[in-house]
Design a protein around this ligand. Structure first.
Ligand SMILES: [Zn+2]
Length: 300
């Protein structure tokens, strides 16, 4: 009796393993930002598009954001920001995670390399997105370095053996930035977020401490130009003006790439875009594979 029970358990375990290995045909995307707003700002539009197709997206903040405000700090701010990130993720239809590392104190240490390696493996990522390692904020820079350091390690069997290694190296991508040295951001992928822009705003609207209060760069003075929380309509319109300018600027700057990927007519018509550059350390996708990983170009 016990023996047949054990055989059954072993059989079921094998079935589960088989199902896991086979996967369900859905993509698994993980985005790393340094603070609980970075991944959301850079990728919320495309994250929504993936999520609508049933693909799984996780937004990770590598630090807890506990000095990211001009008026408050510490544990209460970390809790506030994790709550904001969770509310934002809910609006976007994705998962979020905030790692408990102090804001402004992230280092590209061996400990953190292993941590990031494990987080990528646990998500069984097909696509990993992060900052480039050239950025104004040290936490942003070191997220970029840590992701580069993990890009090969995630496939190496004898490191972090407690989490199964990835048999297929993910594609690693950089999110956009405006920094020029040592070389400017050079996207290989540009996605229209016209049909997800409003939902992106819904998400960002939840990041009150940053989107409306200005985070660490805010002040009593700067708050005066932002409509108050009591005037939801004006606040939302204010947010849309700011983000509309930002995302349409990204579309205009990389218009040629949009035309290349969408064709002349659709590419020219894109109003809002998010863009990504392929990192040379992970799997290098062909043009064909890029269209499988970003299955948006033939639709609509
Ligand atoms: Zn940041």
């Amino acid at each position: 009796m016990i023996r047949s029970f054990l055989i059954l358990v072993a059989f079921l375990a094998q079935l589960t393993l088989h199902a896991e290995e086979k996967g369900d045909g859905k993509l698994r995307i993980i985005v790393f930002g340094a603070h609980p707003d970075d991944a959301e700002y850079k990728t919320a539009g495309v994250a929504v598009k993936w999520a609508r197709l049933g693909h799984r997206v996780k937004l990770v903040s590598v630090t807890n954001g506990d000095i990211g405000h001009w008026k408050e700090a510490g544990g209460p701010l970390a809790i506030r920001r994790a709550t904001e990130a969770a509310a934002c993720a809910k609006k976007l239809g994705v998962t979020s995670q905030v790692l408990d590392i102090h804001d402004g104190e992230l280092l590209p240490s061996l400990e953190n390399r292993k941590l990031i390696t494990r987080v990528i493996r646990e998500w069984k990522a097909d696509i990993v997105i992060a900052h480039r390692p050239w950025d104004y904020h040290p936490d942003h820079r070191y997220v970029g370095v840590l992701i580069q350091d993990a890009a090969f390690m995630v496939t190496v069997p004898f490191i972090c053996q407690d989490v199964p290694y990835l048999k297929k190296n993910p594609v690693f991508l950089y999110s956009s930035d405006g920094f020029q040295k040592p070389y400017p951001f050079t996207p290989d992928i540009a996605v229209s977020v016209d049909d997800s822009f409003e939902q992106k705003l819904d998400g960002i609207h939840e990041l009150t401490s940053q989107a409306y209060e200005g985070g660490a760069s805010g002040s009593e003075e700067s708050m005066k130009s932002v409509p108050p929380a009591s005037d939801e309509v004006a606040r939302r319109a204010w947010l849309k003006r700011r983000w509309g300018a930002r995302q349409s600027n990204e579309a205009d700057r990389y218009r040629e790439l949009l035309i290349k990927l969408y064709g002349e007519e659709k590419g020219k018509a894109v109003k809002y875009a998010e863009t990504f550059e392929v990192c040379e350390y992970g799997r290098r996708p062909s043009a064909e594979e890029i269209k499988q990983l970003f299955p948006f170009y033939d639709a609509k």
